[in-house]
Ligand binder design. Structure first.
Ligand code: SF4
Length: 492
């Protein structure tokens, strides 16, 4: 058997972009380093895959003993099938130099059933293409498949006691769509096999395909000549609008003509960046500030979303709050004091979270948050899960006010915000001396990963270090709001 030319992942890569497949095959060293978020998604997929195998207990793993020896994996799978195995994990097949490794292969009443595990709740087009390729390879290599299904996490599952795998996972047959895709897979496989062996790099310009269905990992290479201050830095524009400008020759924000069809916010950005001036609606800003009452609390939550529910009464990917930071200002002229909470690892954090929060906020008059949607959703979720805490939670909800509104409604706009109202864009524009760059945990998604990892951390010192980094990060989120409000007040 010849070594494979395409695997499932290189096939899907080639479907997204021919150049990406070429670069992967010939210049893999140009690939971007995966981010912490991407690595976490990858290991979550592996964990969910191993758990889903338990739906079919007693299977034999066809993974080769020597890493990446796929020919051995294909031979082992064939041997297992021939010797009467009925459940095979990581079953490997090859056809026409395309390799496919299936999560679970099961024989029932003499017929073979294929299962591919995905750690998400929804079935996407790319998952169906993935299953279509698996089916194409397996059936063409000589094994008839009665049905092929995707195993996903069920959004309806609520944990009660021990995990019930048959309720946690949803099994959906995709055979109908997979069968329809077979001719297209044959055509694409022929094109991509030829492309994978070509010596000439396909000439593919950057485009919306760089982000669909996944962010390409060669952007560091292909996008290196996109100029600083390019139209892609205007965050409020859709990708289609950005590329329409870019391909019409308008590369940088400064090159956008004064007369254009872009929305009001983009034009505020253009006007302020040309003069490098700040746009302030003083009346509206004064009204916002005058409505703040004291004690004023600046509050921020951190939450994580375990794919497989860890706690009683929770669903897959439910937001579980585990940390908050509060800066309290007793009066307009007083300094702030800091309060915080970070749940202990290994326990359901929600009750301690809400009890501490209600205690810390019992005197609050206005509670200022940045992007109230997340805090509101978490508080409403807690109210549903712990109805006995409703009164206290309703008190907190009634006091919430959103600082983001000032920036989102362009009551205050600084050109360095680049048409974004995210705190990660607003803070460096208004308070450049305060930044997240030096922090070990520098975003909400990294905080999520860190807390999830803490649940299984056995090294006490590493756990303590992570907890310190989490506290430092969340504290900066509320300190940032304190400093932003100081700048706003000085501008009135
Ligand atoms: S960055 Fe875009 S153009 Fe370059 S390889 Fe990736 S998808 Fe293709």
């Amino acid at each position: 058997m010849e070594k494979h030319i395409l695997s499932k992942s290189t096939f899907l890569r080639g479907l997204q972009c021919h150049k990406s497949l070429y670069l992967y095959k010939n210049f893999i060293q140009l690939r971007d380093t995966p981010s912490a978020e991407q690595q976490a998604i990858f290991s979550r997929g592996n964990r969910v895959g191993v758990l889903a195998q338990k739906l079919f207990p007693g299977g034999i793993d066809a993974t080769p003993t020597k890493k990446n020896n796929y020919i051995a994996a294909v031979e082992k799978t064939q041997f297992l099938i021939n010797s009467g195995a009925e459940i095979i994990y990581e079953a490997a097949f090859q056809y026409n130099q395309v390799l496919a490794i299936l999560d679970v292969l099961v024989k029932k009443e003499g017929k073979w059933y294929a299962y591919e595990v995905k750690s998400s709740i929804k079935i996407s087009h790319i998952y169906v293409m993935d299953a279509s390729l698996q089916y194409w390879v397996i059936t063409n290599s000589g094994l008839a498949i009665e049905d092929i299904s995707l195993i996903t996490l069920s959004s309806k599952y609520i944990k009660k006691g021990d995990l019930n795998l048959h309720e946690l996972f949803a099994i959906t047959s995709v055979l109908k769509d997979v069968a329809k895709n077979q001719d297209a897979i044959t055509d694409q496989a022929n094109i991509l096999i030829e492309l994978a062996s070509t010596a000439e790099m396909p000439d593919v310009p950057i485009g919306e395909h760089c982000f669909t269905p996944y962010n390409c990992d060669f952007m560091g290479n292909c996008w290196k000549n996109v100029p600083h201050n390019s139209v892609f830095e205007i965050t409020g524009l859709s990708k289609a609008e950005q590329f329409a400008l870019y391909s019409s020759g308008v590369r940088t924000i400064d090159e956008i003509p004064a007369k254009n069809n872009l929305d009001k916010n983009v034009n505020i950005h253009l006007a302020t960046s040309k003069k490098f001036d700040v746009h302030i609606q003083k009346e509206a800003l004064k009204k916002f500030v005058d409505e703040l009452t004291y004690p004023l609390c600046f509050m921020d939550f951190e939450s994580f979303m375990p794919a497989v529910p860890l706690y009683e009464g929770t669903k897959p990917y439910q937001h579980i709050p585990f940390q908050y930071s509060i800066h309290v200002q007793e009066s307009a002229s007083s300094t702030t004091k800091h309060l915080e909470f970070l749940a202990e690892q290994g326990f359901d954090p929600r009750i301690d979270f809400i009890d501490n929060l209600l205690e810390h906020l019992k005197e609050a008059s206005t509670i200022l948050v940045y992007d109230a949607l997340m805090e509101r959703n978490i508080l409403n979720g807690l109210k549903k899960d712990f109805p006995e805490k409703s009164e206290g939670i309703d008190f907190v909800l009634s006091k919430l006010k959103d600082l983001m509104q000032v920036f989102q409604e362009r009551i205050y706009y600084h050109p360095l915000m680049k048409n974004s109202h995210s705190i990660k864009s607003v803070l460096p524009a208004l308070v450049p001396e305060l930044g997240y760059e030096t922090l070990k945990i520098s975003s909400g998604s990294i905080a999520m990963i860190a807390f999830e990892k803490l649940q299984t951390e056995t090294d006490m010192f590493r756990a303590m270090e992570t907890r310190e980094h989490l506290l430092e990060y969340c504290k900066l989120d509320t300190l940032a709001m304190v400093k932003l409000l100081e700048v706003l007040k000085r501008s009135i």
